[in-house]
Design a protein around this ligand. Structure first.
Ligand SMILES: C[S@@+](CC[C@H](N)C(=O)[O-])C[C@H]1O[C@@H](n2cnc3c(N)ncnc32)[C@H](O)[C@@H]1O
Length: 351
């Protein structure tokens, strides 16, 4: 008598065996847009590995490695281009009964200027809040009679600070790189016939040309905090400030500083930048200021200052300011638990 194979009759085993055939008829395709954070490479690989496994397309280790390498290269490319850039992974199941998948990874360049164009096209103004920063106005007033105080509002946006300062009589130039914001700002200034200089430009541009030879105040509100990406950029800013400030003039900025007990790694820094709350340490500021003629004259929590000094009913200026300034856009933690906060920093150029 010939040897008879033992047939499977276990219902659980049979069900699994049939489910393994389902991918021959299951079709899927999709597209995932990832922020360009190279430090998240393994996290992204895991997401795709699990997703593809769930539709019956489990990658072998060499297949996954090939995908990892491609993703890594595109992440590096997009990260270098801009904090707004994305990496897009698209996939499509090959035709039935194949159980393989075809995938593609591309870097999607998107500049900060394009992102602001989108804001102007889709959001309801005012884009950055309804009133000027109390700190900006208070420091400007402390520097002399308005007509004698020249202010360069760097990254002026739609003029949240420039316009009220110009109305008070300060000699304001607004520097702004995003054309869509420049347009809104220029139209608002023209509507009130305000004497406000508008310069289209980037403060980190070595060829930056400004209308005045020097200023008594440089203001960067929500600029370092939202868009700066390295200590080198901070250094460039302070070198420019040292060049264009009058002796005794001040640079006023807000930035996210980490608590001394927390050391942000690449992962935290890169993610903070794409989430518009760029982390800096006190050491970063020390390095950026090294050898330059500045003394620090203020260093305080921005939210506390604004809450205490804005006129009744004006704080907070936007619905997102409290959470953002407290670090909750980066850390999903209860209020006051994130190891960072937005601080007002003021440095005076020594004579
Ligand atoms: C969040 S908005 C704040 C706008 C305005 N300062 C305010 O507080 O309402 C950040 C602004 O910084 C500008 N910006 C970013 N990087 C800059 C740079 N390197 N030089 C000048 N402006 C910059 C952006 O275009 C944008 O207008």
């Amino acid at each position: 008598m010939g040897k008879q194979a033992k047939r499977e009759t276990n219902a659980v085993v049979l069900k699994q065996a049939m489910l393994r055939r389902l991918p021959r008829r299951l079709q899927a395709k999709g597209e995932l847009h990832f922020p360009a954070v190279p430090a998240l490479l393994e996290h992204y690989v895991k997401i795709l590995d699990l997703l593809w496994e769930s539709i019956g397309r489990k990658f072998t280790p060499p297949e996954l490695d090939e995908f990892r390498q491609s993703l890594s290269a595109r992440l590096a490319q997009a990260h270098a281009a801009s904090a707004s850039a994305k990496v897009v992974v698209s996939y499509d199941c090959d035709p039935s009964p194949k159980t393989s998948i075809t995938w593609k990874v591309v870097a999607l360049a998107a500049s900060m200027e394009e992102e602001y164009q989108h804001w102007v096209d889709t959001r309801t103004p005012p884009l950055f809040g309804k009133n000027a920063d109390a700190k900006a106005v208070d420091v400007a007033r402390s520097l002399g009679v308005p007509a004698e105080v020249s202010v360069l509002d760097v990254g002026a946006g739609t003029g949240r600070n420039s316009l009220p300062l110009a109305r008070e009589g300060f000699a304001v130039d607004a520097l702004e790189p995003a054309p869509a914001l420049v347009k809104v700002l220029s139209e608002a200034a023209a509507a009130e016939s305000l004497a406000l200089g508008v310069v289209v430009g980037n403060v980190l541009d070595p060829a930056l040309a400004l209308p005045r030879a020097s200023y008594r105040m440089l203001l960067l509100s929500e600029v370092v905090a939202s868009h700066f990406r390295s200590t080198e950029q901070l250094r460039q800013l302070f070198e420019t400030a040292a060049r264009v400030l009058e002796p005794g003039g001040v640079i006023v900025l807000n930035a996210f500083l980490t608590d001394s007990g927390y050391k942000p790694d690449d992962f935290a820094r890169q993610l903070s930048q794409v989430l518009w709350c760029a982390l800096f340490t006190r050491r970063d500021f020390e390095l950026a200021l090294q050898g330059l003629p500045f003394e620090r004259v203020a260093d305080e929590p921005a939210a506390d200052y604004e809450r205490e000094h804005l006129p009744e009913g004006q704080y907070p200026s936007t619905g997102w300011f409290e959470g953002w300034s407290g670090g909750q856009d980066l850390f999903d933690l209860p209020a006051d638990r994130a190891p960072m906060e937005l601080r007002w920093l003021v440095y005076r150029k020594m004579s």
